[in-house]
Design a protein around this ligand. Sequence first.
Ligand code: FDP
Length: 325
Amino acid sequence: MIRFEQTFMNFLLEHQERQHRTHHFLILMDAMISAAKHIQYYYLTGALKGNLGMAGAVNVQGEDVMAMDQIAHEIAIHYLRSCGRVIHAVSEESEPIIPMNVEGGRYFVYFDPLDGSSNVSHGLPVGFLFGIAKRNLEGPEDQHLRAGNEYIAAGMFVIPTGTFTMGLKDAGTWRFHMDETMNYVRPTRILLPEQKKTWELSFNAANRRTYSEKVQGWIMENENRYAFRYLGALAGDFHRILANGGMFMYPAIVNHPDPKKNRPEGKLRLLYEASVVAFMCREAGGWAMSEKGVPILDIKPEKPHQRCSLYVGSKALVEDIAQKF
Ligand code: FDP
């Protein structure tokens, strides 16, 4: 007997029909899925074919080699543009906002096509993260940079592991796995576990002395209570937090011995990193704050590549550290 699993597309079709929605969002998500599969294919085969390298590198045939993040960007742009549903895209790999179907599109897409770049040369997991907001269909449209609480969906592909997690506004966070035919299947609803037994902390421990004294103090008081895990790719690290509970954090760097290396605004990008995980976290029953004491989802972006500090995960932990800010 063949055992069939529900596919992502079928799951989404049911969701849209239940909510009496159009099929435009399905067309957009079909483009996202195609892009993710194509990026995964390159990631798995690129090194063998001599296609991966640092920007500006040259392969053994003397041809220019594109960096994997540039390849991933071009793939994502191709599919998003050709689906016809995107007004503007913001990519981590492009300084300017990228106009697409400005007149007829319905969605704004903010994405990082290859997050966790230090893992690329090891073939270890990287992420493709995205947030989606919808055009104001009733009135004039002047806002194309949206706060996370205006997203309709946000998600992340972990590449090449083959998992895909997506939060849908007021409809939960769901995880899918890639099957042998490269279909994302088996929707599983994710809720952060209440039980502290499995909770983990995830941050770059090498940076801890560069954090504010308050944050360092909280770490000292709490670090022995939880397991510690850090992969160095937000999608992979946050994947674990969603399943096990706990907190991922990338605090502001304010005490670096070389003051030029301080990052008082934080390192991660609001539109396509922090807001994306914060959205999925909210839909899974969790919470996310910045060190300025503002919920991540309430931060209104002023520029496309704005940075912020990030504390995301189980509500009790995020609220606890937020009392120190
Ligand atoms: P990277 O710079 O290696 O692309 O914002 C990107 C990010 O990776 C996240 O994916 C990751 O969580 C973090 O930065 C890793 O930064 P550190 O190396 O400073 O820990």
